[in-house]
Structure formats: structure tokens, C-alpha cells
Design a protein around this ligand. Structure first.
Ligand code: NG1
Ligand code: ZN
Length: 542
């Protein structure tokens, strides 16, 4: 390491005095104008991680569903996974080091992690469509080159596409080609093969309306559309030509407001979906004939997918170990349906896909989705090999099912939750089963629920256990929640500090919307009182 050169370049990406940031659930995220030094330093850190793992490391510049003014950055580990926890700490230390301490922190990390500085390093970089992203990704590149590493800048990519590139490069092309065409070809080939099997009982003409949150998803779907147009026709809305990123649109808006995005023309019973700003989340929805809005969230996506996978496994006569992973935000009805009706084991982890991803790896087939629509399905290597084998061995009918499974394995992004890949799987399953969006929705009825945010002086006063379903501190809070929950039917509530916003999140569900709203408000007031609320007290009316 040429420390002199690093110091000189670092001064061009000076850290604002006193600014402290945390590598959170999804990397660093804040106002774009505060992130230049973080980008430079994450470029440096990515190089160290690459040298240590002797693998390609990814750096993605995005703030997902946050407002356009924000930005963020996260590192992608060798198999397309989120950064290892010890390195998240290094990221936080490095981002927060004052200018004069930066060198020492870099050396400390290298020593602690036994990084061989002579080792070659390779970094791949992607960015979303935010106005600030191009310049910020240049700062990442500055950090990478100062440490003498090689890199490839993919430019505009969805977050899951960058994960895909990292995964491909570290498996010597076995997973797929590490190019944008490679991604399009792999997914659309599997999709077209899969949907060819659909009988004519389904909708003859498969079409879907997609709200792209005015983000990167629009660009990439436009590029990809003609690869899969045989199986599906899509109509894009909020494609970034007019509106602002994530503003009154996108998966996060639709899920949290439980209403359609602006800028989308919905007719009754038409199947619609929304991506978020970096296209790693997807939710579906429709208006019924009475004009009522129906949301089909990540839980119902997981249910559709796991029931289809179970059917295929039954068909080929394989009893593989399949598990569904959720978080505390999963609707109670979905958990009950999966466990009691479908007889699939369900596991709950802490919020944040890295926790779900990790748990899902324990199964032959691990289906994981956050309620907000972020998820995928992981297949163990052994299962993948076995299915490949079965496509050659079995008798006709079974072979067909095995072939479908093989296509599904190819279609799911094994490196990360991916709105494009999830959309294609869902569309294929609906076509194969001849299901309408209403029939899918009718699998079970969601329990009415409400999510609220409470501002407190320091959200770290709240600590939790049992996959965030119980508050350990501050004292008395869990008891208060327990008492409130008892007042309502089919009720459940929990609170946790957000990993991406400076707020405490409150979740409540109950038998009616009024009860869920009222429980959420009462729990918010308890948080406000017992956890140091600031500003206005939580008020009724959402
Ligand atoms: P936080 O802010 O920690 O609740 C949110 C989402 C997560 C995850 C991350 C990363 C909810 C309730 N929380 O985390 O599920 O997606 O953002 O983007 O949806
Ligand atoms: Zn996202």
C-alpha cells in the first residue's frame, strides 16, 4: 500500500466533520451529498476484501426504495452474498475514521484479516439511475485504483444483476456468463422453455403491467423484453421518463400504503406489479370489479412458489427437504396457511435478506421472502445435480416435471432476491397452473395489519430477541405490548429499531383494520413513552 498516494487521494474525498454512519441492513444509506468519502473508502475496502478472499467483490451504488435525494453503497461477497458481518464492522470503522486516522484503520483491517497485500484484486461496480450515482461510482473507482486493483464498471445495473455478475465471475462462468446478455439469455431461455409447457387452459394472452418506480428496472426490462416476448407481454409504467424515483410509486410505496402507485392505468382484475428503485423487490396487486384494491405481497408470492415446487416434487417422487423462511413482518395468515394447510415448515429470522438467505441455505430447497417482496429460492448444489440427472432418467411424465424444476432453478437468481427473475417465475407458474390473479389471491385472506414509525432520541435503546418478536429493553415495553395485544382478537404486535431509517418500526395485525390500526397506535404510544419519543406524540389517522 502506498500510504502517501492514499492520503493524497483521500483528501479529494474528504469526510465531513463529525459525520457518523453505520453499515446497516443494506449497507450505508443517507443523503447523497454526504457519501463521497464513503464511496472512496468502500472502494478501498472492496480491494482488501477481494485480496483476502482471492475473489471478485462487487460494489453497488444504490439506495433502493429511498427517496431520489438519498444514495447508498453496499459490498457484495464472492458468492453474490451480502458482506460478512466482521467486514460490516470494518466498513463502519473505515467510513467513520477521521482523515488523519484513515491509514491506521486500513492497516488495522489488513492485519486483523491477514490480507496479503501482494495478492491481485478485482472489483465489479454497478449503479442505479439516481442523478448522484454516476459521480459516486467514480469515487468508488478512485478508491479501487488507488490500491492498484483491476475493475470492471458495469454502469447501470439492477442490484440483483450485480450480484449475478459477482457470482458468475467467482464460479468461472459455470453459473452463467458475467455479461448483461448472459443474464438476459439465461433467464429468458428458462422462462420460454417453462411456459411452452403451459396448456391452453390458462389465459391465452399473458400480459402484465409493471410499475418500475421510475428506476433501473424500466431500463433493464426494456432491454430484456424481446428475449421473452414469446411467453409474456409487458407494459411498463413509471419508466423514469417523467416522474421522480420511488415518488408515489414502486413496491415499497404500494406495500406500505396498501394502494396502487400513481401513473398506472389499472382496469379491474388486471394483473399488475411494482418493482422498487433497484429492482430487487416485487409485489403484485389488482382492483376487483367493485374497485377494491388487493395487494399480493412477498408472503403470498412465497406461498404460490412453494406450493408449485411441492407439486413438482410429488410428481417426480422426490421427498426433498423444502423450507420457507420469513420475518416477523410476515402476515399471520400466511404462516398459518403454509404450516397447517400446505404442511411446509416455516422459519422466522431477523429482518434483512442476509438473515433469510443464510437460513434458506440450510434446506435442499429454501424459499425466502420478506413480506415487502424481497426474496428468491435457493437450491442446494446436490438438488441441482439430482434434478439434472432425473431429466435424463425418468419416464415421460416425471421427466417433464423434472425439466420444469430444472428451468425454475435456472430462473431464480441464486445470488439475491431479484424482481425480474421473481416476476418471470410467478408469470410462468400462473400460466402453467392456469391461475388468474384473483385465484392466486384467494389462497388465503391476509389479516388486516398496520405499520407505523415512531421517532425516538436514540433507537438503540430498543433491543429485541426471538427474531425481533420480543423487546428486551427498555424495561416494561414488552409487558405493555403484551397487555395491549390481549385487548384484540387474532392480534400480534412487535417493535424494532429500523436498520435503514432513524425510526422505531411498529407492526400490528388483528381481526379488523380498525383493530390493527388502533393496536398499532397504542403500541406506538407505549414506544413513545417508554423509549424516549421525540417530536409530536403518535396521532390517530393514517
Ligand atoms: P428496516 O429499515 O431495517 O426495517 C427495511 C425493510 C427490510 C429490508 C431493508 C433493506 C421492512 C419492514 N424493512 O429495513 O425488510 O428490506 O429495508 O432494504 O420492510
Ligand atoms: Zn431494493
Amino acid at each position: 500500500m502506498d500510504l502517501g498516494v492514499i492520503t493524497k487521494h483521500s483528501a479529494l474525498h474528504a469526510k465531513p466533520n463529525g459525520l457518523i454512519l453505520q453499515y446497516g441492513t443494506a449497507g450505508f444509506r443517507t443523503k447523497a451529498e454526504h457519501l463521497d468519502h464513503v464511496m472512496f473508502r468502500m472502494g478501498l475496502l472492496a480491494v482488501l476484501r477481494s485480496k483476502q478472499t482471492k475473489s471478485t467483490i462487487g460494489v453497488m451504488v444504490t439506495a433502493s426504495h429511498n427517496p431520489e435525494e438519498d444514495n447508498g453503497v453496499k459490498l457484495v461477497d464472492p458468492l453474490g452474498e451480502m458482506l460478512a458481518p466482521s467486514w460490516e464492522e470494518h466498513a463502519t470503522d473505515l467510513a467513520n475514521a477521521e482523515e488523519q486516522d484513515m491509514q491506521r484503520v486500513l492497516i488495522d483491517i489488513s492485519e486483523k484479516e491477514a490480507v496479503n497485500l501482494q495478492q491481485d484484486a478485482f472489483i465489479v461496480i454497478g449503479r442505479d439511475t439516481r442523478p448522484s450515482s454516476e459521480k459516486l461510482s467514480q469515487s468508488v473507482i478512485d478508491g479501487v485504483t488507488v490500491l492498484g486493483a483491476q475493475f470492471h464498471d458495469y454502469g447501470l445495473l439492477t442490484t440483483p444483476q450485480l450480484h449475478y455478475m459477482v457470482y458468475c465471475r467467482n464460479t468461472s462462468g459455470q453459473y452463467g456468463k458475467a455479461t448483461i446478455e448472459g443474464y438476459y439469455q439465461k433467464l429468458s431461455k428458462a422462462f420460454v422453455e417453462l411456459t411452452k409447457q403451459a396448456s391452453s387452459s390458462g389465459d391465452k394472452y399473458r400480459s402484465l403491467k409493471v410499475d418500475c418506480a421510475n428506476g433501473i428496472g424500466a431500463l433493464k426490462l426494456k432491454e430484456m423484453e424481446h428475449y421473452f416476448s414469446q411467453g409474456l407481454s409487458i407494459q411498463l409504467f413509471n419508466d423514469g421518463t417523467k416522474g421522480k424515483l420511488n415518488h408515489f410509486c414502486g413496491a415499497d410505496f404500494v406495500k406500505s400504503h396498501q394502494k396502487p402507485p400513481q401513473g398506472m392505468e389499472m382496469k379491474s382484475n388486471e394483473r399488475c406489479c411494482s418493482f422498487d428503485g433497484d429492482a430487487d423487490r416485487i409485489v403484485y396487486y389488482y382492483h376487483d370489479a367493485d374497485g377494491h384494491f388487493h395487494l399480493i405481497d412477498g408472503d403470498k408470492i412465497a406461498t404460490l412458489i412453494s406450493s408449485f415446487l411441492k407439486e413438482l416434487l410429488l410428481e417426480i417422487g422426490e421427498s426433498l427437504n423444502i423450507g420457507v423462511v420469513q420475518t416477523a413482518y410476515a402476515n399471520g395468515s400466511s404462516t398459518r396457511y403454509l404450516e397447517e394447510i400446505m404442511k411446509v415448515p416455516v422459519y422466522c429470522t431477523k429482518t434483512g435478506v442476509k438473515h433469510l438467505h443464510h437460513k434458506a441455505q440450510e434446506f435442499d430447497i429454501g424459499v425466502y421472502f420478506e413480506a415487502n417482496g424481497h426474496g428468491t429460492v435457493l437450491f442446494s448444489k446436490a438438488v441441482e445435480m439430482k434434478i439434472k440427472q432425473l431429466t435424463k432418467e425418468l419416464e415421460e411424465k416425471k421427466r417433464k416435471a423434472a425439466k420444469m424444476l430444472e428451468n425454475i432453478i435456472d430462473l431464480f437468481n441464486q445470488a439475491a432476491g431479484d424482481a425480474i427473475s421473481d416476476m418471470l417465475v410467478i408469470e410462468a407458474i400462473l400460466a402453467l397452473k392456469g391461475l388468474t390473479v384473483q385465484q392466486w389471491d384467494a389462497l388465503y385472506m391476509d389479516l388486516p395489519n398496520r405499520q407505523l414509525k415512531v421517532k425516538v432520541a436514540d433507537r438503540r435503546v430498543i433491543s429485541t430477541t426471538d427474531a425481533e418478536r420480543q423487546a428486551v429493553t427498555p424495561p416494561g415495553l414488552q409487558e405493555a405490548i403484551n397487555d395491549l395485544v390481549k385487548k384484540y382478537k387474532l392480534s400480534r404486535a412487535f417493535v424494532r429499531p429500523s436498520g435503514t431509517e432513524d425510526v422505531v418500526r411498529v407492526y400490528a395485525e388483528a381481526d379488523t383494520q380498525e383493530s390493527a390500526d388502533s393496536l398499532a397506535l397504542e403500541v406506538s404510544l407505549a414506544v413513545f413513552q417508554l423509549a424516549g419519543g421525540i417530536g409530536e406524540r403518535p396521532q390517530p389517522g393514517f
